[in-house]
Structure formats: structure tokens, C-alpha cells
Design a protein around this ligand. Structure first.
Ligand code: PRE
Length: 267
């Protein structure tokens, strides 16, 4: 089965995708990955969704809210960044914005005069460093190859840096089986206690929410789409009951059920 993930070759997303299949193709935006799966061109897509230091990958959240796909697996992997360059003399550090943010303290303490350059992925930053001796990159140390030096290892601002990736499939493969589920709710209304009303169906049924995230709907200021992850499968009566209540609350908006799945930890 063909999978699409964030490229070029050597990104953390690529490392996560290898646990899904060997048949991997690349695109340089997470929206492109979700589109490739929603349009039926690819059987699987692997997107980063959340990092333990820097939080949500908002482009992934927004792409999931706008398109019909299923989540079939979650992959959690440790992120151990290295600083890679041709020599120790460089002016610019290029990487994915999430990686630059995860190494903010290291960069300001060790290289206060270097400027940062946001690129589409860590592997794209490594390519920049390979082409230009004035550029260093932040990425996985295995991407250094023969032409770049590993100037420093484990440069992220916390030793327990980990990123959660979602494995996406066409909507027809949505599963009711799994220990976790994700729904996205757009209530398209606003009244005192709305958020409480949306969370109570889960609390009343003893369902543990593992993440609640709000994103601007794009319709008007102060109007939100809510992303909910919880520790229960769609096969369970209590889950179906909670989602029915959400649908009643969101009669002017919508509820998107992305499916149930299990978590895998890969190195
Ligand atoms: O640029 C990469 O290597 C990616 O796979 C993207 C990404 C992200 O979006 O969070 C994945 C893991 C790390 O947290 C840093 C960057």
C-alpha cells in the first residue's frame, strides 16, 4: 500500500511512516498529505499532530477539520535533534518551525548571533546545509551522511521530546475498534456553558478525554472548531451515546468522526 508523508527523505514523519509500509512517497506540506489520502490517491498518509514541547501542529489539525479521512493508527516517537553543518562556521540555522521551536534555548545560548530559517521539513533544512556552507540544519543525526558534521546531539530543550503522528486512511476504512478515538466538532453557536455541555457527555460516561484543542473556524473571530481525543472505542455504547449528545449540541454545525485506533511507540 502506498503511503504519503512529509519529505524529502529523512524527515521524522518518514521515520514514523516506515513502520506502516516501505512504499513511501513525499510531499512538502501536511495539507498535501491529507489531500492525497482524502482524494483516494494514497492508501495511507502519516502526519505529525502534536509535540511534547511545542504542542499542536496546527496545519495538521486544520487539514483534518476540512477533509474526510479516517485515523487508523497513532505513532509516538522520541525526537532527538542534532545540529548538522559542513563546518562550525555558519550564519543561519534552517529547519521545520516545530524543530526550531523545540531547540529555542539551545540556539539562543550556544549560537545567539545565528538567524533561523523556517523550511518545509527538517530534511529540507539538511538539504540546505548540504548545499550551502553558511547554513546549519536541525534534524535527525542519521541524515548527516558523509558531507555534514554532527556538531551537537540531543539539542532539544527537554530530554523527553516526543511527537505524536497520525496514520490516515480513506474514510471508507474508518474503524470502530481501538482504544482511542478522535472527533472534531463545529458547534457553530456560542452560549454560556457550551464547552461544559460538550464535555459532560464524556464525563457522565466515565470516558477519559486525552486532548481538547480549539482552532479558529475561520468563519468569524471567536468562533471555534473543537478537536477531541478520548480513551474509548466507537464500538462501545458509551461512546456512541456521547457522540449522539454532541450531534444534538452541534445541530447548527457538524460533528466529524475520524475513527478508533491504537497507539504504537516506535524508535
Ligand atoms: O520536519 C520533519 O522532520 C517532520 O517530520 C515534521 C515535524 C513536526 O511537524 O513536528 C515532526 C517531528 C518533529 O517534531 C519536528 C518536525
Amino acid at each position: 500500500m502506498r503511503a504519503l508523508t512529509l519529505g524529502p527523505d529523512g524527515t521524522y514523519s518518514h521515520r514514523a511512516a516506515k513502520s506502516v509500509t516501505d512504499d513511501i512517497e513525499f510531499v512538502e506540506s501536511v495539507t498535501g498529505i491529507v489531500e492525497g489520502v482524502a482524494g483516494g490517491e494514497y492508501g495511507r498518509g502519516v502526519v505529525p499532530i502534536e509535540n511534547s514541547i511545542e504542542g499542536s501542529v496546527t496545519e495538521s489539525l486544520d487539514a483534518l477539520a476540512d477533509r474526510n479521512v479516517a485515523i487508523v493508527r497513532e505513532i509516538v516517537t522520541p525526537i532527538q535533534h542534532a545540529l548538522l553543518a559542513q563546518t562550525g562556521e555558519f550564519d543561519v540555522v534552517a529547519s521545520h518551525p516545530q524543530a526550531l521551536a523545540q531547540c529555542r534555548n539551545f540556539l539562543s545560548e550556544e549560537y545567539p548571533s545565528a538567524t533561523t530559517e523556517a523550511v518545509a521539513s527538517t530534511a529540507r533544512g539538511v538539504e540546505r546545509a548540504r548545499e550551502d556552507p553558511t547554513v546549519a540544519a536541525i534534524g535527525h543525526p542519521a541524515t548527516a551522511g558523509d558531507d555534514l558534521q554532527v556538531l551537537a546531539r540531543d539539542i532539544q530543550d527537554s530530554t523527553s521530546n516526543a511527537t505524536r503522528f497520525l496514520v490516515l486512511a480513506p474514510e471508507s476504512e474508518r474503524s470502530d475498534a481501538g482504544g482511542k478515538s478522535t472527533v472534531i466538532v463545529y458547534p457553530n453557536t456560542n452560549f454560556p456553558g457550551l464547552l461544559l455541555e460538550m464535555l459532560e457527555p464524556f464525563a457522565d460516561r466515565d470516558i477519559n478525554l486525552s486532548r481538547v484543542e480549539s482552532r479558529p473556524s475561520g468563519e468569524r473571530l471567536g468562533d471555534y472548531v473543537f478537536h477531541l481525543d478520548f480513551a474509548a472505542g466507537l464500538y462501545e455504547d458509551r461512546t456512541r451515546g456521547a457522540i449522539d449528545e454532541l450531534r444534538d449540541i452541534a445541530t447548527h454545525g457538524w460533528v466529524r468522526v475520524l475513527g478508533s485506533y491504537d497507539t504504537e511507540h516506535v524508535l
